[in-house]
Design a protein around this ligand. Structure first.
Ligand SMILES: CC(C)(COP(=O)(O)OP(=O)(O)OC[C@H]1O[C@@H](n2cnc3c(N)ncnc32)[C@H](O)[C@@H]1OP(=O)(O)O)[C@@H](O)C(=O)NCCC(=O)NCCS
Length: 159
């Protein structure tokens, strides 16, 4: 496969947010109201990252920060939550999702986050492999987590 040049950086404008939402609509069954996207854009822009090829957005990773009971660490911890990540089909298997995750996790560390977690469909083998490669572990199963009744793995990693 020929080398692909891409750039990963925080989302920069509301126009980019609209492009991200378009990518979400064609790549994932989980969609959100505009307000939800905008909240992440306003509050957690440094961990809401996009990947660009020839200045066009081809993937995104939208994360947030929460306080909660640790999935790996004990007690109440500051957690990064990967809410939604996707790459357009024609740009997959080039390391873009990996780069989106690494960038967001580096920025989380700067915000003193001590662990990061996410939910993934138990059937989504490609995403599970991506997260395992990055050091995430399956912590528990969330029964009927998705609207269509599918279970999720909750996966987490210490930062
Ligand atoms: C999951 C997804 C984000 C991966 O994006 P990507 O840019 O192709 O991922 P990467 O190129 O960084 O892949 C990293 C590793 O993940 C694993 N992986 C990714 N896609 C895979 C696939 N189709 N089959 C098997 N393993 C896969 C591989 O181990 C890969 O490393 P390798 O290419 O060196 O073998 C992408 O397939 C996608 O957008 N899917 C639809 C949306 C989605 O499912 N999001 C996750 C919701 S929890």
């Amino acid at each position: 496969m020929e080398k692909l040049d891409y750039v990963v950086r925080p989302i920069a404008s509301e126009d980019e947010l609209k492009k991200v939402i378009e990518i979400n609509m064609v790549t994932l069954p989980e969609h959100y109201p505009y307000f939800f996207w905008y909240e992440h854009y306003e509050l957690w822009r440094d961990i809401f990252v996009v990947a660009l090829v020839n200045e066009q957005i081809v993937g995104y990773n939208m994360c947030r920060i929460e306080y909660g009971i640790g999935h790996i660490r004990k007690g109440i911890v500051r957690q990064g939550h990967v809410v939604s990540i996707a790459v357009l089909p024609e740009f997959r298997r080039r390391g873009i999702a990996t780069a989106l995750m690494v960038y967001a996790m580096d920025s989380m560390k700067k915000r003193e986050v001590s662990e990061v977690y996410l939910e993934v469909r138990v059937s989504n083998e490609s995403a599970i492999r991506l997260y395992e490669k990055l050091g995430f572990k399956k912590v528990k199963i969330l029964r009927r987590y998705y609207l269509d009744g599918e279970d999720a793995y909750l996966m987490a990693k210490e930062l």
